[in-house]
Design a protein around this ligand. Sequence first.
Ligand code: IPM
Ligand code: MG
Length: 358
Amino acid sequence: MTQTLLLLPGDGIGPEVIAQVRRVAQVVTPDLALDERDFGGISYDRHGVPITDEAIATAQASDAVLMGAVGGPQWAGVERSKRPEMGLLGLRKAMDVFANLRPALCFDALADASSLKRELVAGLDIMFVRELTGGVYFGQPRFIETLADGQRRGVDTQVYTTSEIERVSRVAFELARGRGNKVHSLEKSNVMETGLLWREVVTDLHRREYADVTLEHMLADNAAMQLVRQPTQFDVILTDNLFGDVLSDEAAQLTGSLGMLPSAALGAPGKPGLYEPIHGSAPDIAGQGVANPLAAILSFEMALRWSLGRAETADRVKAAVEAALAAGARTRDLGGSLSTAQMGDAVLGALQGPSRAG
Ligand code: IPM
Ligand code: MG
């Protein structure tokens, strides 16, 4: 049966980087059907909503979904429920992709591009497992109200249930077994009820099913500090939606370039995953053809591995990216001068044979 990958190029540099994924896919997976829909601001402009019901249904029926990026200053004034970012949250919820895998990997060729010293980041390989469909991002009630005295009051709700914590923790423990066998679970159990519950549920699950994995609990603020003090102490980091959002950006910067990092959002086994480069829409460089397409290409690589059952092809793509970097291919964010398409050329060249890399 033909597999389908739904592409959601989105806004900003999204279409530019997804165009390079298309080129790679045509070479390594000519049998894969590529579908495409509007997403984010462009969808709002064309259809009045950041994602249409039809696009959501198509995503749910695909084998995997790969997005570019959403958002930009031109949609800042749009009513909140129709903002590009709300399309992304809606898609995550509709696809029920509760486990967000965000590798923070320091490519050896790029260790000098980190804002930390090379010796602190060399060999860095952290896997963030961020809970993605719960917590304060979705908790009810949420509103802004005007009080009798004329003040305004904003309310968000952080909420987690046992099963929400358990299912994402399971993903973290399973992943750890295939890596360094260590999980750091982060929360603020010293001040938050959800943090306390998080710690208890993770401890319990660990004792019942994953006692062979090393588990350490760490307060999220301490983890933020440890990430810049000694980042290589971490293997798998398990945390909630908001802490995961913040700390995965911090970790991304440690690796030398945000333009390099892919991510995968996974749901129940057999359901399509949602893949995205974590760099966002980068409106400052959009349309210039200078964005680094490697995070998008590596997100495609994750889709091959985690949703499409094509681990060998994924290995090939990953090796080609590494070969292109080793041969000196650099976009502007990496201190080089290659255009987006030229970086695509470098990866395609490496795919066709190491002698032609770069
Ligand atoms: C991310 C982004 C999103 C988030 C935004 C665009 C809604 O920052 O994927 O990390 O906060 O989850
Ligand atoms: Mg973020």
